[in-house]
Design a protein around this ligand. Sequence first.
Ligand code: SF4
Ligand code: SF4
Length: 372
Amino acid sequence: MLNKNNIIVEAEKLDFADIGFTSAEPFDSQTEVLLSRQKEYKWAMDAGLDLMTGIDPKNILPDAKSIIVLIEEYFHESFPASMEVHFGRCYLDDDRITKDALALRVKAFRAFLRDNGIDSKVPFHLPHRLAAARAGLGTFGKNCLFYSRKAARQGSWVLPIAIVINQEFAYDDPTVDVGCPDWCKNTCLIACPTGALKGPRHLNPQRCISYLSYYGQGITPMELREPMGLWIYGCDRCQNVCPRNAPWLANELPLNKRVVKKVKDFDLSLLLHMDKEYFEAKIWPHMFYMSSDDMWRWKMNVARVMGNTLDPKYISDLVQAFSGSEDERVKGMIAWALGRIGGTEAKNILDKILDPSNGLVREEILQALKEC
Ligand code: SF4
Ligand code: SF4
């Protein structure tokens, strides 16, 4: 029969940065949050993510007795700058589809439990950050992120993995609290470019760049295009500016070779011109929140980013993609990007594409010409 220490030793052997234990009681405080913010989280329900069901671990494993939370440090190696500037770090080496890295270690951990008579489930809709805090593994930031008590030098570059099990172990003391120092005057709230952080620990997901980059409906509203800056998928700004993350960001880390291999596939021009085959082979296995039906959003995001680089080298790509696209959201954003880059070349192109265009695309071209 396993004791708690045997499990801790196994987690260390498998290179998890930390481990904690909590009860399988429902996360009642989360019920209030979800009920009071139904409109903000409607997208998750619409996407088939039933967050309400995840509140009670017994919905996941009927004889649930405890939750083990493992902490994975996803930023223990550095990433190429060309990737970090456009994609949230937690997605750069995400193996939830390829299942060839972290998934293998979680699988090995569960096999160890199973071999010792413990059933387990790894739910995707349980409030995993709250589970981690309840297991005493760290505290929250006012940016809603979870900060480890020891991994990543107490930073937020961690991924809590909640594992519901059918055996009881001594629970760790909860640390469900905000751990921000008084002297930090809400830097994250001020730095959020789209005003998604409405107050300490109150995020409006529908204003958050991460959400907008993979679930935003329709062409990105004009007032968000510049603030969304160079982000294509995800956003790390409220983590980058946080003083609680400064100790880890000061680290010299070896380059993540798995991510280095992906750099060429995530080139902006290739993303703007990709077809379904390319998307499904090179992109989707690593960043999968959008299916091939939503490739228009990838392209719209890339066009916005090209515009926000202010780099005229992208004009020819944008022109080629404009004539090759049928999607008015992509074409409209290309027109905006040309206007944002500006200059005589971009203006001449906008003049040329105005006549044959109509509807939303024509409106965007007219607006872009005003900006030029
Ligand atoms: S991830 Fe970006 S957009 Fe979302 S709250 Fe943080 S800074 Fe704001
Ligand atoms: S920026 Fe300041 S307020 Fe925001 S999470 Fe970090 S320490 Fe807390």
